[in-house]
Design a binder for this molecule. Structure first.
Ligand code: ATP
Ligand code: MG
Length: 550
């Protein structure tokens, strides 16, 4: 399922920068904030950044943008690294952290002070908001704007030394309070916050803002193309202002592309956190979550995700992608790669009345790929078929087993249903059928063909398994517009049931994916599946039942 790289504005830009000798080597970075698990939107950003580095023989860094310690944690740092690797990428050198550069940022803040380009401001948050003006009204200069350089130095040093209360003062750049771009109205560079940091502990009581940190991180790491999403477009003049006014070791440039939005899905860490905190899902990696870890546990493949991210393209215009495209990428990959197996999800007993002794059948593992080989499947007198595959009587459209009619057992014989037992409510409890002789791989001699093929599992050797059938988490296209998330949750997004599986599936390793014939794609659960207690998650059905497309 390789995808030819399509041309897009980033590839065009990079190619022309290389051709013109503006840069010698492409260096990109993926800069997550470790405040949640990564989602499908981040997968897009990962494939863009790592993909460009790969395509142009450059390098891509993994850098945690950890300037906001309250919301960050090691759990997220670990999960993010696992996600990037699982997608098939390796970052260049060690994992990096914005916090690695705190000392350098501090020195650069002093540099701006010494140049008369930064000042300590004592306005309260509310006052600062007032002074800032609005999109239609220019801001006003802070009364602290003209402090002497020496005073600013002394105050900023004291801020660092912990001499002032949280929130009592900030360091600001001195740019232009009348700028039509609000980001240039003397933006904040440092805040006082007494919060322990996961990397630097209690070393710091002042933390740089995202804006003061990001471009400088890029410059330190020699990033050539700093790729971000469109909401940072208005920050670009500020990004460039810092690079122009600081003695940075390199000159990165920022390029923005449109975020990936997917319908029936939320792609905001804040909203995903709500789902986790409210217990709607079992955790960040619940198989219904659009997180990379969730999709992994659901059985989606890295190939499918990469393929999808390439298919949706990279542009500067916002849009919403149909989740069916993602599901179809998963289905296409699994159709080609997943071995076939048999599982009966809604078992009904069937006795083969003329089978004298158990047999071993040799069944291909994949209809289109002989290299996947064959496996032995036991066939005994008692087997399970799916309740949906039998009717006492039916019209011609029903291509499965009917009393007095024939059907083929997948990989086995043609059988003919003779009679059935029913309980007091008329529910069928058992079917009796005979094997039509000499029909292994052959049509019956008498010319009466089987009407269809059904899957089955040998009762003596089959094993019981828990099946978790997952479906979309939301039943509306744009769940983020709902007032209450509860109103738009699909009530049947998880159905747990018991099934019987052919013996071979018992020894499936966690995360192995299969097509259960005629049922869909299933994966052995990453955490809960064990030989003693098999657990399979439904990845996706064979067809798109939401829109009716394959
Ligand atoms: P969220 O809004 O979900 O909290 P974020 O942008 O705050 O996401 P970061 O950890 O800051 O999350 O993101 C790391 C990188 O991933 C950034 O470069 C960001 O632009 C990119 N990114 C985040 N969401 C998307 C998306 N939906 N599509 C493409 N790129 C994204
Ligand atoms: Mg962010």
């Amino acid at each position: 399922m390789d995808t030819e790289p399509r041309s897009n504005f980033l590839r065009t830009q990079i190619q022309s920068d290389l051709d013109a000798g503006v840069v010698e080597r492409i260096v990109t970075r993926f800069p997550p904030e470790p405040n949640g698990f990564l989602h499908i939107g981040h997968a897009k950003s990962i494939t863009v950044n790592f993909g460009l580095a790969e395509q142009y023989g450059g390098a891509c860094n993994l850098r945690f943008d950890d300037t906001n310690p309250e919301k960050e944690s090691q759990v997220f740092i670990d999960a993010i690294q696992a996600d990037v690797k699982w997608l098939g990428y390796q970052w260049s050198g060690n994992v990096r952290f914005a916090s690695n550069y705190f000392e350098q940022f501090y020195d650069w803040a002093l540099h701006l002070i010494d140049e008369g380009k930064a000042y300590v401001c004592d306005l309260s948050a509310e006052e600062a908001r007032e002074y800032r003006g609005s999109l239609t009204k220019p801001g006003k200069n802070s009364p602290y704007r003209d402090r002497e350089i020496s005073e600013n130095r002394a105050l900023f040093t004291a801020m660092k030394a912990g001499e002032f209360e949280d929130g009592s003062r900030v360091l600001r750049a001195k740019i232009d309070m009348a700028s039509p771009n609000m980001n240039l109205r003397d933006p904040t560079l440092y805040r006082i916050r007494r919060v322990a940091h996961h990397q630097t502990g209690d070393d710091w009581v002042i933390y740089p803002t995202y804006d003061f940190a990001h471009g400088q991180e890029d410059a330190i790491e020699g990033i050539s193309h700093s790729i971000c999403t469109l909401e940072f477009e208005d920050h670009k003049p500020l990004y460039d202002w810092f690079i122009d006014n600081l003695p940075v070791p390199s000159r990165p440039r920022q390029y923005e592309f449109a975020r990936l939005n997917v319908n029936y899905t939320v792609t905001s860490k804040r909203k995903l956190k709500l789902l986790v905190d409210s217990g709607v899902v079992s955790g960040w990696d619940d198989p219904r979550m659009p997180t990379i870890a969730g999709m992994r546990r659901r059985g989606y493949t890295p190939t499918a995700l990469r393929h999808f991210c390439e298919e949706v393209g990279t542009s500067r215009s916002d849009g919403v992608v149909d989740v069916a495209m993602l599901e179809s990428a998963v289905r296409n990959d699994l159709n080609a790669t997943a071995p076939r197996a048999m599982a009966v999800l809604n078992p009904l007993a069937l006795e083969l009345t003329n089978l004298e002794k158990p047999e071993l059948l040799l069944v291909p593992n994949h209809p289109g790929d002989e290299t996947k080989g064959k496996r032995e499947v036991a066939l005994g007198r008692e087997i399970w078929i799916d309740r949906e595959d039998f009717r006492q009587e039916a019209n011609k459209k029903f291509k499965r087993l009917v009393l007095g009619k024939r059907v083929r057992l997948r990989g086995g014989y043609v059988i003919e249903a003779e009679r059935c037992d029913t309980d007091d409510e008329g529910q069928v409890t058992k079917v009796y059928a005979s094997i039509v002789p000499q029909t292994l791989g052959e049509d019956p001699d008498d010319g009466v063909k089987a009407k269809g093929v059904i899957h089955w599992v040998d009762a003596a050797t089959g094993c019981r398994a828990e099946i978790r059938s997952y479906d979309r988490l939301f039943n509306v296209e744009d769940p983020s517009r709902a007032d209450r998330m509860d109103d738009v949750i699909n009530p049947s997004s998880l159905v747990v049931s018991e099934a019987v599986l052919e013996r071979a599936l018992e020894s499936a390793a966690p995360e192995m994916r299969f097509q259960f014939e005629r049922e869909g794609y299933f994966v052995a659960d990453r955490y809960d599946h064990a030989r003693e207690k098999p657990v399979f998650n439904k990845v996706i059905g064979l067809r798109d039942t939401w829109t009716g497309n394959d």
